[in-house]
Design a protein around this ligand. Structure first.
Ligand SMILES: [Zn+2]
Length: 78
């Protein structure tokens, strides 16, 4: 088990051993959609949508939440 830090709420997130780059995980604390990236030779968690390992956490979290809300609304319409 590898423990990483959520870039948005800074709580610990456990990743399974052997998680590959691009592995997606939902933060159990703030429900951000995250993915595993490599930045400066280090594995980091960042937004699964932005695909940018050096995103602005606050801005990214907002963007993610809006997307989620939108998809829930769209699903509700179907
Ligand atoms: Zn979080």
């Amino acid at each position: 088990m590898t423990t990483m830090t959520c870039p948005i709420c800074e709580n610990k997130i456990e990743l399974p051993d052997g998680a590959k780059l691009g592995h997606r995980v939902t933060c159990p604390h703030c429900f951000a959609q995250l993915a595993l990236y490599k930045n400066n030779n280090q594995n980091v968690l960042a937004c699964a949508m932005c695909k940018n390992p050096t995103f602005d956490p606050a801005e990214c979290g907002e963007c993610e939440r809006r997307r989620e809300k939108k998809s829930i609304i769209e699903e509700g319409k179907l």
